[in-house]
Design a binder for this molecule. Structure first.
Ligand SMILES: *Cc1c(COP(=O)(O)O)cnc(C)c1O
Length: 371
């Protein structure tokens, strides 16, 4: 039987048409007209004034952190259970991540634990919405106001999601997106920084492109990198964005279908379908083995792979990353709920191109493996 990959994107809208336009007109670089158009349309979608498209979601975080002036000795609060990009964006600037444990059910940062970790070195809080449900934004915004902190919102997994009716990507000083193929809309590789602050937007534009000085070209006052986004990427992005609502609906239908069909299998914790703040958009469909199951995620994943089912583990916690342990960071720190998710969580095929038949095969395989 065919292997079911963990993710396959849907590219059957206007992607080809817009890409052909790039080829036909010769506009393939970052100077092409689709880039601006894509930035504007993303801004309209999330309710921000300025959008700066960059080469990927990691670059977006790096640009955002640098634009906010995070630097040597600063502390930035973030969840320990997240992608390494969040921590790297901060440590590259000489700042230190201060980590927070996760809620065992929503998998987002326990915002009630943030205040105790604020010090006079704290410069910013990074909100990272994980796996389909938004983090408790209002808690973070209240703390940021009280302690005069900056807020970065990583909305990579939140295309089309809202928090209490407002779009994710519209909160805090600056927000970032990724368009990697496992996100709700993709450009192959790609990312974006969005903000309402004109000065920050200008900083981001400069950081995206080697910090060229405005007055004299090829003269630079600051270190950054080349994080430019091409017209080819924007062509795909525009076609994808046209279908965002449909894609979100599709992911939600997929999530409910899986949850319904998997009911009754012992040993699994399912994603929370809705909270007071939002309905899950299932960035990917994650499962967590519960306390009754002695094995870890890798064992289950291996059995599923033998049945032709692709899966991925959850993120590995920042405090357990060898690169940071080697540097003596996070020594002896413990975040039990996040550590549990990292060892017991995994996600099953949930890309937009997934069919009902494939989902049924995944369900059967999971039943066989766990029973
Ligand atoms: C995917 C992702 C990123 C990184 O995006 P890339 O485009 O892969 O660099 C950052 N943060 C979160 C929460 C993500 O899910």
């Amino acid at each position: 039987m065919d292997f079911i990959p963990v993710n396959e994107p849907l590219l059957d809208g206007n992607e080809k048409k817009y890409l052909c336009e790039c080829i036909d007109t010769g506009w393939i670089s970052s100077e092409g007209p689709f880039v601006r158009e894509f930035e504007q349309k993303m801004c309209m979608t999330v309710g921000r004034r300025y959008g700066i498209a960059v080469s990927n979601g990691t670059a977006a975080l790096e640009v955002a952190a640098q634009a906010l002036g995070i630097g040597e000795g600063d502390e930035v609060i973030m969840p320990t259970f997240t992608i390494i990009s969040c921590a790297m964006a901060v440590t590259k600037l000489g700042a230190v991540p201060v980590l927070i444990d996760s809620d065992p059910f929503t998998w987002n940062m326990k915002t009630e634990e943030i205040e105790a970790r604020i010090t006079d070195k704290t410069k910013a809080i990074m909100i990272v919405h994980l796996y389909g449900l938004p983090a408790a934004v209002d808690d973070v915004l209240a703390l940021a106001k009280k302690y005069h902190l900056k807020v970065i919102e990583d909305a990579a997994e939140m295309h089309g999601q809202t928090y209490r009716g407002k779009p994710c990507g519209s909160f805090g000083d600056i927000s970032t997106f990724s368009f990697y193929p496992n996100k709700h809309i993709t450009t192959g590789e790609g990312g974006m920084v969005v903000t309402d602050n004109e000065e920050l937007a200008e900083r981001c534009r400069s950081l995206r492109n080697l910090c060229f000085r405005q007055d004299i070209r090829y003269v630079h006052d600051e270190i950054s990198g080349n994080y430019r986004f091409t017209n080819l990427q924007a062509a795909v992005g525009l076609a994808q964005l046209e279908r965002l609502d449909e894609f979100v609906e599709r992911k939600r239908a997929m999530g409910s279908y899986y949850t319904e069909k998997l009911q009754g299998i012992e040993g699994l914790r399912f994603p929370v379908a809705k909270t007071e703040d939002a309905d899950n958009i299932y960035w990917v469909y994650g499962l967590v083995l519960d306390e009754t199951i002695q094995i870890d995620n890798k064992t289950v994943q291996k059995c599923l792979a033998e049945k032709g089912i692709g899966t991925r583990t959850f993120f590995w916690c920042i405090h357990e990353q060898p690169v940071y342990q080697k540097r003596g960071l996070f020594h002896g720190e413990k975040y039990p709920d996040a550590e549990y998710l990292a060892r017991k969580g995994f996600y099953i095929p949930s890309g937009l191109a997934l069919t009902r038949e494939q989902m049924d095969r995944v369900v059967i395989a999971l039943k066989e493996v766990l029973e």
